[in-house]
Structures are given as structure tokens and as C-alpha cells.
Design a binder for this molecule. Structure first.
Ligand SMILES: O=C(O)CCC(=O)C(=O)O
Ligand SMILES: [Fe+2]
Length: 348
């Protein structure tokens, strides 16, 4: 596949059919470890047992605290979702992206809506990601825009609804355990996200088409998430997610029954920097398509967020400003800042 000057925002999947990689998708990597199938180490962060968090097992809470303040992410097992449900969500995502283009285009994003199907690079600057998406807001329920919810496969909406209910429960319990892990009153992070009927969950279905020039493109460029946390369901067969820790990239292993949980920017802010929103990216496989489903719990934009007062001390002064609508900051600085959270950092 030779690079061409063609520059269109048709779905990346269609570019694969064309057999050419438009120049906008070719990345300038400064360092070889950034690309494709280089033998990076696997992340050796902990696997957290949800059922032990439920019973407030002190050892598990300590493991959770350590994971959140070092890696900023972990694999969650025993979360109560069956492998059948996880596989059904993976399968329906694959089936959706496999539909003919004109069928998928019935759900295309309209205007500047975040929701819907398409090539997300329209809202980005700089080089493009090798990624197509379907983005649906699942909570609050009255804000669902059902015109974007696929009718094929037929069970898409009911399965997404079931998965959303379970994601919400898991997220609420996790945020409470995260508070307990810092010896805070258990609702403190739940007040950031979860206690308000207008708190949001976005579902982002990611599709990363295979690319013979995999080493020249990137699925998702290095970024942090702008939500409170992220609940990620990875592809069961195709690896691709990498996280940055101490200036080194690590591959996130596939554990089929696990959910990958990330601290996202708004929890880093609320924890006054104790929990880390990890920089992560997605690399592309030359032979196989990859999918992932990111569920993004996001505080109601009218809610004021900021570092919890219990976490501001003489030794740890307030690191971030208080604000509403972090999402606005996140998108405003998407193109110009490496980590948008720096835009709300207080510099002493
Ligand atoms: O595909 C993945 O594994 C990660 C997706 C991701 O980082 C995102 O949707 O923000
Ligand atoms: Fe992400």
C-alpha cells in the first residue's frame, strides 16, 4: 500500500478496500517503540477482584489504591457480568461494522453531533487515527438518541441496554471502593459521578481495520480519557492497547473475562492527583481487524468538579482548579495539548 495524497473522511474501513493509505494517516514516529508489533513488555499491574471489593477486603482495597496511583488502570475480574454477555457485546459490535456501508450510514453522525457512526477524525487535528467509531449516549436514559442505535443485529439495543445497566452498577461500586481505598466517606467519588440522574454514560464502539502498513498508522494516538473512569471491553483475539508508565509503553494483555478500568481525567482531578489518568494508545494489526467498547461515565456538565477537600493538605496543595463542564476543556485543547488536564492545573 503506497501512501497517496488522497484525503477524505470516508470510513477507514473503506480505505482498506481501496488499498491505499492516505497521507493524513501516516504518522511521524520519533521512536521505534511507538510502532506496531515491537516486542514491548506486558503491563504487570494488578488484576482486581470485584467481589473482594464488595466485601471491603482490606488487602484488595490496598491493591486497588496502588493500581490507581501507579498504573492508573487495572484488569477487573469477578465483576458479575457473564462471559456470554461480554461476548455478545463484542459480537454485535463486529457484526455492526461488518454491515455494508449504506446500512451503517443510516446511523452516521449528523452535523457536529458526537453521536453516531463514522470517521472521528473530523473533530481532530493533526494526523488521523486509523479508527472508525459508533458513539451512543446511553445515560441519562431520556437523552438517548435512538435514531443512532443500530437495528442490525436485531438484539443490538437490548444487549446494549443490558450492558449499560451492568456497567452503571459496576462503575458505582468501583467509585465507592475507590473512596474507601483512600479512607474517605464512601460516597465521595460517587458524588463526582453516579449520584445525579443527569450523570452521563457514553458508549464508544471502536473499530480498527487491519492495515498492511500497520507500522505507519496508529489506531488511537496517545491520549487520556476525559471521563471520570473508563470501563473498557477489549477484543478477545486481537491485542492493541498500550499504556504509558514512567516513560515506557506497555502492552495491555487480553484477559477475555476481564474489563479494563482506567482512571480518567475527572477522577484524577477529584483525587487531587493521587489517582493517575494514564496516557494510552492503540496500535494496528496488519492482518486482523480489532474492536473495543469503551463505556465512559462522565459527570453531568452542570456539576462543579474539583479536588476533594479531604485530599488537599499542606503537603499536597490543591493541584487543579474547580470547574464545570470539563468536557469543554477536553475538546478545546484536544489538538494543542498533550494532556488536556494541564489546562486546569494550578501552577505554584
Ligand atoms: O481500543 C482500545 O483498547 C482503547 C480505546 C480507547 O482508548 C478509547 O476509546 O478512548
Ligand atoms: Fe482512551
Amino acid at each position: 500500500m503506497a501512501p497517496t495524497a488522497a484525503n477524505s473522511l470516508k470510513p477507514v474501513q473503506e480505505l482498506v478496500e481501496d488499498g491505499v493509505v492516505p497521507e493524513k494517516y501516516i504518522q511521524q514516529f520519533e521512536d521505534d517503540s511507538q510502532v506496531g508489533d515491537s516486542p514491548l513488555p506486558f503491563m504487570d499491574g494488578p488484576t482486581i477482584d470485584f467481589s473482594l471489593l464488595l466485601s471491603s477486603n482490606q488487602e484488595e482495597l490496598a491493591k486497588l489504591r496502588n493500581a490507581l496511583s501507579s498504573w492508573g488502570c487495572f484488569q477487573l475480574v469477578n465483576h458479575g457480568m457473564t462471559i456470554e454477555l461480554l461476548d455478545e457485546v463484542r459480537e454485535m459490535s463486529k457484526q455492526f461494522f461488518k454491515l455494508p456501508l449504506d446500512e451503517k450510514e443510516k446511523y452516521s453522525s449528523v452535523g457536529d453531533s458526537l453521536e453516531g457512526y463514522g470517521n472521528d477524525n473530523v473533530i481532530r487535528q493533526g494526523n488521523f487515527n486509523w479508527n472508525d467509531k459508533l458513539h451512543l449516549q446511553v445515560y441519562p436514559e431520556h437523552k438517548r438518541q435512538l435514531q443512532y442505535w443500530p437495528h442490525i443485529p436485531q438484539h443490538f439495543s437490548t444487549t446494549l441496554d443490558e450492558y449499560s445497566v451492568k456497567t452503571k452498577e459496576v462503575s458505582e461500586t468501583l467509585l465507592k471502593a475507590m473512596s474507601r481505598s483512600l479512607n474517605l466517606e464512601e460516597n465521595r467519588f460517587f458524588e463526582l459521578w453516579g449520584d445525579d440522574k443527569e450523570d452521563i454514560i457514553h458508549a464508544r464502539f471502536n473499530f480498527y481495520p487491519r492495515c498492511p502498513s500497520a507500522k505507519q498508522v496508529v489506531g488511537l494516538k496517545a491520549h487520556t480519557d476525559g471521563s471520570a473512569i473508563t470501563v473498557l471491553l477489549q477484543d478477545k483475539e486481537v491485542e492493541g492497547l498500550q499504556v504509558l508508565k514512567d516513560a515506557q509503553w506497555f502492552r495491555v494483555p487480553i484477559i477475555p473475562q476481564a474489563l479494563v478500568i482506567h482512571v480518567a481525567d475527572q477522577l484524577e482531578i477529584a483525587s487531587n492527583g493521587i489517582f493517575k489518568s494514564p496516557v494510552h494508545k492503540v496500535v494496528i494489526n496488519p492482518q486482523c481487524d480489532r474492536i473495543s467498547i469503551a463505556m465512559l461515565p462522565i459527570p453531568n456538565s452542570e456539576k462543579e468538579i474539583g479536588p476533594l477537600k479531604e485530599l488537599i493538605t499542606k503537603e499536597r496543595p490543591q493541584l487543579f482548579k474547580r470547574l464545570n463542564n470539563y468536557g469543554h476543556v477536553y475538546f478545546k485543547y484536544m489538538a494543542t495539548m498533550e494532556r488536556q488536564i494541564d489546562a486546569v492545573r494550578i501552577n505554584y
